[in-house]
Design a protein around this ligand. Sequence first.
Ligand SMILES: NC(=O)c1ccc[n+]([C@@H]2O[C@H](COP(=O)([O-])OP(=O)(O)OC[C@H]3O[C@@H](n4cnc5c(N)ncnc54)[C@H](O)[C@@H]3O)[C@@H](O)[C@H]2O)c1
Length: 436
Amino acid sequence: MNICVIGSGYVGLVTGACFAEFGMQVVCADVDADKVASLESGEIPIYEPGLDDLVERNVRQGRLSFTTATPEAVRNSLVVFIAVPTPPRPDGATDLGAVEAVAREIGESLNGYKVIVTKSTVPVGTSRRVRDLIQEELDAAGKAAAFGIASNPEFLREGAAIQDFMRPDRVVIGADDDASLGILRDLYRPLFLNETPFVITNIATSELTKYAANSFLATKISFINEMANLCERVGADVQLLARGIGLDGRIGPKFLHAGPGFGGACFPKDTRSAAHFAREVGESLEIIEAVIRVNQEQRARMVDKIAGALGDDLTGATIAVLGLSFKPETDDMRDAPAVDIIRGLQARGAHVRAFDPVAMPRAGELLPDVTLCKDAYEACQNADALVLVTEWNQFRMLDVERVRKLLRRPVLIDLRNVYEPGSLREAGFDYVSVGR
Ligand SMILES: NC(=O)c1ccc[n+]([C@@H]2O[C@H](COP(=O)([O-])OP(=O)(O)OC[C@H]3O[C@@H](n4cnc5c(N)ncnc54)[C@H](O)[C@@H]3O)[C@@H](O)[C@H]2O)c1
């Protein structure tokens, strides 16, 4: 089966490479000519564990290729995935400009029956809008061509994307007609054989399921962060509290880690988008609105926490920050808590030295006033405090004796509760964490 994936970013590239691995003939299309050129020369423009090998193998075996010529890629495919960005507008609404542009391009290129699948995260009604735009283009050209539309939201996590795509907890497909559904079932057959659960539904349910999933996970994070804040007031320990509730099978232990709040390209924008499109249809998602507020306040609280550990005055202080990507195992810095926290520290007069294992190139563009260091220890040199923001594995076992000697003051603020308070205090640190 020939397929094309339009948009070759975190989702599109992983989707394309994994379908190629299943044996499909895949073309990944993108408007970014530099990105396509680097992919063609064997360079992977993002950091995602295992993706370089997967892409290299499938390109070498002739099943995966890249192009800027979207119309040609569409014409040669039976299934067309849309995996372009759906960024937030200032009011929280989703900017569907890229999805709509691609829909029109597909309409202009259609030369026979195809299934057009929305994989981007989109508000309810968008896949129908894709259908209308394709039809408009066909009508304008005086052409007739049959096509089906479907929604197939993506649930992969950056940092574990390949595993998540190959062995997903579930696949959700929304389709209105049997032909489209039959073709998608065929495409996903390798997963059916692995006994992956499939949720087959209508398009609106499929589109909304993605927002419900991300909003629910974000809710767990804001919930545990509120509990952490309360723990600090009453002398309780949020780590043990999380264990105490997480062992209840109805609750589960995942996403109950107190910290600086959620970030990244998905949770912040998807919660705001869900709240926004619900308001537009006359419903108010009170829980999600609160989750968003709590998350924003949590970042400001982290800045207060760091300032508090240094006597509330950060003027002229130097702060070492470890971990800049929004979570470990990715270079993605979109809406990363580290960015707001660093800007908050700078606004209070602090100078920041920072290190991240893979996000340094992006950090340099986003945070021009930060001194970027070559490793964790260089960041600590002559700093007044060390702040751990993103829990990369290499920060879990720092040589704390060396860190203490490098710092001007022995202050360690651990926003991910990675270290044991007792042992850090024994090692001579003023140790501050979240909710303990
Ligand atoms: N990143 C994730 O973890 C994740 C997970 C699930 C769902 N999603 C959703 O998937 C979608 C894509 O996200 P992403 O993180 O892969 O974005 P991304 O920014 O990494 O990649 C998008 C790609 O689309 C390309 N593009 C933009 N306009 C285009 C056009 N008109 N034609 C062709 N290519 C175009 C861009 O150049 C870019 O390479 C979003 O809706 C996002 O919410 C993302």
